[in-house]
Design a protein around this ligand. Structure first.
Ligand SMILES: Nc1ncnc2c1ncn2[C@@H]1O[C@H](COP(=O)(O)OP(=O)(O)OP(=O)(O)O)[C@@H](O)[C@H]1O
Length: 378
């Protein structure tokens, strides 16, 4: 049996009449780094707590290493959880904080010492073992909390927004450290965050949750380039994908014809899933900011820039479309010629567009984005 496998089989959770997890199924393989992401209230923490055994499940099964654990208490599930608040004991040394779960299990002093020192080495805490938590930085405290999880040698690590109390610079450093730790431990990790940069940079696969349902599961680049629906398209990517309401005109072998208000009719290279439901339908065109240009592109929109953010590596412009109630975002590298308050023409190509039906479901693109075929970084 391989350890570190997790399976969720149609798990549900209700509080009274409200179903906050509405039937989630997921297979996690040994060694995967899975990130649950989604807006506040979508059920990320509840799902994680159901896996941990901190929350009863209303229906379905949680299976860890081939064993249904629905009714097992947290300590018997082979998991270890790291929370946003480090929950360290202030009067104990770093050593004793890390040792704590082993002391509870009445392990011998030799075993405790071996495991604590090994964890401290992995986490670069060896020089701090005699310090109290109050003498450590936020990042170091979070590493102590992770050390306490490591010594238990769990099948699955669960993280609930572990970096959200840290400042931006420390978060970036800890992201890299956690990714390395995942690699060094070869452990299965489930990580909850509302920060999509954390999700994109750390995950092998991301689970996007929307209102207690899985909106899509995939590698970061799959979600970025092939979103299944409007929700995922709008959630993954910063700055966000631009959306324009368009009217369906029909379809042929080249794709779906749409009318873009104040710009004209264009054929987008996508495959309709329901040919009858195109003409006259309100559809949504999506275009990523980095696919917009100032000089080239089949589709041209007249805009007025309102805010220009110069970030050095690139410039982000926010603009209103003349005569249409939309705010557009564009990204250019180098020094962008658009100026706040000035009119300009924003252009993009039909081949770079995504198209979503009236229910928000994507029409499959006929052309794949190239970098989707990049080899996996792991
Ligand atoms: N004990 C509870 N009783 C009733 N409703 C609850 C309880 N715990 C959570 N909920 C509801 O369940 C839904 C999901 O909550 P959950 O904390 O899992 O969301 P989340 O995605 O982790 O959000 P956040 O990012 O804000 O932490 C929310 O609508 C919340 O109000």
């Amino acid at each position: 049996m391989t350890v570190g496998q997790l399976k969720l089989d149609n798990v549900k959770k209700s509080y009274g009449d409200v179903e906050v997890i509405q039937g989630v199924s997921l297979d996690v393989k040994h060694g995967e780094f899975i990130v649950f992401v989604g807006p506040s209230g979508c059920g990320k923490s509840t799902l994680l707590r159901m896996i941990a055994g901190l929350e009863e499940i209303t229906a379905g099964d949680v299976v860890i290493d081939d064993k249904i654990v629905n009714t097992l208490p947290p300590v018997k599930r082979g998991i270890a959880m790291v929370f946003q608040s480090y929950a360290l004991y202030p009067h104990m040394s770093v050593y004793e904080n890390i040792a704590f779960p082993l002391r509870v299990e009445k392990k011998s002093n030799e075993e405790v010492d071996e495991k604590v020192r090994k964890a401290a080495e992995i986490l670069h805490l060896t020089p701090r073992l005699n310090h109290r938590p109050g003498e450590l930085s936020g990042g170091q405290r979070q590493r102590v909390a992770i050390g306490r999880a490591i010594v238990r040698e769990p099948s699955v690590f669960l993280f609930d927004e572990p970096l959200s109390n840290l400042d931006a610079a420390l978060r970036a450093t800890m992201r890299v450290e956690l990714t390395k730790l995942h690699h060094d431990l070869d452990a299965t990790m489930i990580y909850v965050t509302h920060d999509q940069v954390e999700a994109m940079t750390m995950a092998d696969r991301i689970v996007v949750l929307d209102g207690g349902n899985i909106a899509q599961v995939g590698t970061p680049l799959e979600l970025y380039h092939k979103p299944d629906n409007l929700f995922v398209a709008g959630f993954i990517g910063n700055p966000k994908m631009n959306f324009i309401e368009v009217t369906g005109k029909g379809s042929d072998k080249d794709g779906v014809r749409v009318e873009v208000p104040n710009a004209g009719e264009f054929t987008l290279p996508v495959t309709p899933h329901d040919e009858d439901k195109i003409a006259g339908q309100k559809l949504t065109l999506g275009i990523r900011p980095e696919h917009t240009h100032l000089s080239e592109g089949d589709i041209a929109l007249n805009m007025t820039a309102n805010v220009v953010e110069r970030l050095g590596i690139h410039t982000v412009g926010y603009a209103n479309r003349d005569g249409v109630d939309e705010v557009f975002c564009t990204v250019q590298s180098g020094s962008a010629p658009i100026k706040a308050g000035a009119p300009f023409q924003l252009r993009f190509n039909a081949k770079d567009c995504h198209l979503f039906d009236a229910d928000g479901k994507v029409y499959e693109r006929k052309i794949e984005f190239k970098d989707l075929s990049l080899p996996d970084m792991n």
